[in-house]
Design a binder for this molecule. Sequence first.
Ligand code: SAH
Length: 283
Amino acid sequence: MIDSPTLPAFDWPILQPGWVWLCGAGPGDPGLLTLHAANALRQADVVIYDALVQETILDWAPQAEHIYAGKRGGKPSAKQRDISLQLVALARAGKKVLRLKGGDPFVFGRGGEEAQTLIQHDVPVRIIPGISAGIGGLAYAGIPVTHRDVNQSVTFVTGHDQSGNTPGSLDWDSIAKGSQVIVIYMGMKHIAQIAGKLLEAGRGGDEPVAVVTSATTPDQKVLETTLGTMVADVAASGLEPPAIICVGDSVKMRQVLDWQGMAAGERPRNLDPLGRGRPAETP
Ligand code: SAH
């Protein structure tokens, strides 16, 4: 154990009364908070947090009131509009408000809607980006979201829309054909439809897939499977959301990059999973 870091000397912004800082908390591991997030936690009067925010992070704001605004865990769900208006009310009451959201607030997190409502009500805001689960969560599983031998593009998609269905506005055919690597948020509920659409559009049944649940937390689990077998494998595994699903050859890199497995004493399964031979000497 080492002491928690104090912030280095820097002209840290001050959270003023009447402001709302809309802040990403990263995917789980408190070490993945940004320094701006840590600075905000120290100053807030009120922290309004989502289900995906690890509660240990709230220990960093012992002086603040903690308000749960999540939609999981058997606790009653708060409506998006109510949350936004509560933020407005708290700011107008002169509080220093920290709105803490999982991952990055502007990645499938409705941060844009909240900030828009605040600005429409003349409440000043600061946006603090965070590490998104679809990037940082995969890195903790040993999967690089881009890798030179695999992909020059990556597509982030959501597995369901506001109505809870697979997003009708998504052109799965084009995604399947045009995306080298597909990273799916909120995909567990409709995993069968998603797999079906990708297969129908011509992706191979043997294409590697990783399902990473509770990434970067002590409960992180990683299932390596394929597009053809993932529905059955996920059902058999009993894995529960939150999950990031990654489709594409970058998943193979986990055979050499599973750094958490190696830290626990495992050997890399394959030092050259893409079969590219020795590492290039030149960049
Ligand atoms: N703003 C968040 C995403 C919110 S949408 C971000 O940038 O990460 C919620 C979805 O994010 C979940 O359904 C899941 O797909 C993903 N997610 C968030 N945290 C996760 C975690 N620790 N492990 C796996 N998936 C996670």
